[in-house]
Ligand binder design. Sequence first.
Ligand code: DHE
Length: 547
Amino acid sequence: DTPAAAYKPSMTTLGEIKVEIPGRKADDPVISGEEFQRAATIYFERCAGCHGVLRKGATGKPLTPDITRELGYDHLINFITYGSPAGMPNWGTSGELSEDDVDLMARYVLMEPPAPPEFGMPQMKESWKVVVAPEDRPTKKMNDIDIDNLFSVTLRDAGQVALIDGKTYDIHAIIDTGYAVHISRISASGRYLYVIGRDAKVNMIDLWMDPPATVAEIKIGSEARSVETSKFEGWEDKYAIAGSYWPPQYVIMDGNTLEPLKVVSTRGNIYDEQTYHPEPRVASIVASHYHPQFIVNVKETGKILLIDFSDLKNLTTTEIEAERFLHDGGFDSTHRYFLVAANARNKVAVVDTKDEKLIAMIETNGATPHPGRGANFVHPVYGPVWATSHLGDESVALIGTDPEGHPDQAWKLVQSFYALGGGSLFIKTHPNSHHLYVDAPLNPDAEVSASIAVFDTSTMTEEEPEFKTLPIGEWAGIPEGQPRVVQGEFNREGTEIWFSVWNSKDKVSAIVVVDDETLQPKKVIKDSRLITPTGKFNVFNTRSDVY
Ligand code: DHE
């Protein structure tokens, strides 16, 4: 995959999806069983991330046959070949699909979508492996790694994570995982690292071992994005949870072995229309600091679930009506409030995790907010704020988060200003830093997508702030390809920030470490094993929700 095509799943590694051809209708296009199978696999791996497996639409338009037949074969061919400015990739002209495949996909979407198989407890149990049983694990840390300052780095197309030392920049271990690990999360004790691949494989890695290694693994579905571990006092390291896109469900697992304990479907009714949706996918998940709860965001039905795990037999769930297309989000600096983007609705929902209710729904004045976990800092005029950038335009939105000290600003959009360009995915700062970093990896301009905008938060006023542009891609000194610079992550001390310089898998990639004080490059980490680095997660910052 090239990075340009990578904002959706890529071919080859998820494997063939076995589906039945639904009953043929008289005017169905001619398509052989073999072609149908191939088209279903291409669809699942390339298109489903945006349009949904059942083609009901989310970030991408709905593509059910009533709609596609209205559009017609020729229109579909053009659309798939050339894409659209609204975000549909140009599959044909980019060369990622051959002319024959474009023709195949146009015929395929004229037909009823097949549903891939369900994946329940028996399949999970079959895939579950305890590689090192708890009683055989070390009783103390066996290595001399400063675990709190370790970074777990996704090596996307290699299906691995790299564990990189935050001080020496040495690679302590490269660990095989599922394909394209989406996120890494750390147990409350800091000992275990949980990662989840796009293919819904979860690895549990023991950071006390020398070298750190996988101690348990499980597959929880066929496509997934999120994993988290229990953090509330008294429940540290007790449970893990993973959410999947297909089938739409979450599973609560034993935090020590990944034994699947409870699988819950998220299928149900959309919060506002109250009509049934067959594919409400699980987007971000965080662990509450106020109750023994996981906070699970269900995309298509627009519901935020507060799942109380203290009694799995008598599971209590608070179901909050929020907004459709919930995606990514994080806590405010006090960890009491959780802010999550309803991205295709240009809104951010705020949940008070202490009082267990929705307290605000805020328009961000931008297109498609995409915060990652967001960025918290104290604005000289507005006090504590949480920030998001946007996928669809160049704006950054600041939301007031201090109802006690700044009640007039709390849960309002207090400022909106411009960064480098549209196509931003992640924004980052640290309590010890006075800089706010904004990426733009999906910007069509190669120079913009390889740069980072940085703002000085200590001098912000009510006026539009100025920013500096850091040419991270240039600093990486990569001769070939068109690498994109993505997702800043601070070290434990908050003195340096790491950026992935994400090239295609056959080309050199790098991680550029920037000194937060001088804004100059401090280190370029290059290694033939660093294939397509994307997300990076510092152990301390991730486990303590510092961002
Ligand atoms: Fe992500 C976070 C889903 C594409 C890198 N991504 C998330 C989360 C979700 C999500 C639900 C929040 C997880 C959580 O916090 O529990 N991502 C999706 C998609 O559905 C989407 C749009 C399309 C797809 O088909 O996957 C998508 N994401 C991408 C990419 O193309 C990225 C850049 C590279 C990749 O891995 O494929 C990418 N997503 C990330 C990263 C995070 C993330 C690095 C975590 C950021 C953080 O700081 O928390």
